[in-house]
Design a protein. Structure first.
Length: 186
């Protein structure tokens, strides 16, 4: 048995491999998007009944994050329904774009939830770790996709953390923590 860590599958098997993991990724994103859509719907409806913003300062960020989960879950459901009805030559590319964008937005939204409570991700990177771990475990990615996703998530983290009012040592600690999690994801 050969391991293909940090290498792509051989060219002779690449088309079959892509077809196999595409079906796996479609199922994984369907499941993940529906579960998180359900969680987001419950949280957003409960927010209408109980005003969380009076309980803690980060409630607005959580509301934004759960709204993102709900909207993204709904978009994945609609796109999947349309693609199932009208398969075409472009279906593979569209599904690939869907699961890559879902993985990116999911990881970034989990990062946003890490910032919500204390205003500094280093204090609580649990949700960021959860988002990256779920993407790593549930979605099969090629090496170039992992690299692209890692770079995009880290670049978004760098851009976002510079918007926070942090001292230089906190900024360095946040960057170090994020790089460690991205390396763990990779």
């Amino acid at each position: 048995m050969k391991l293909y860590l940090y290498r792509s599958a051989p060219q002779a098997y690449l088309a079959d491999f892509k077809q196999h993991y595409l079906l796996h990724n479609i199922k994984a994103v369907r499941l993940l998007s529906r579960v998180w859509f359900g969680i987001a719907a419950i949280v957003l409806v409960s927010n209408m009944l109980f005003d969380y913003s009076s309980q803690f300062a980060g409630a607005a960020i959580y509301r934004y994050a759960y709204s993102s989960y709900a909207i993204l879950g709904l978009l994945v459901f609609v796109a999947d329904s349309v693609l199932r009805r009208r398969p075409s030559a472009q279906t593979y590319s569209v599904y690939r774009f869907i699961y890559l964008m879902y993985a990116f937005v999911f990881a970034i939204t989990c990062l946003l939830m890490s910032v919500a409570v204390q205003g500094s991700p280093i204090n609580n990177m649990t949700m960021y770790l959860l988002g990256l771990s779920l993407v790593a475990v549930l979605i099969v990615l090629e090496l170039k996709e992992v690299l692209l996703l890692s770079l995009l998530v880290e670049a978004t983290f760098v851009a976002g953390v510079t918007l926070l009012d942090l001292t230089m040592d906190r900024l360095i600690m946040n960057q170090t923590g994020s790089v460690f999690l991205i390396l763990f994801f990779f």
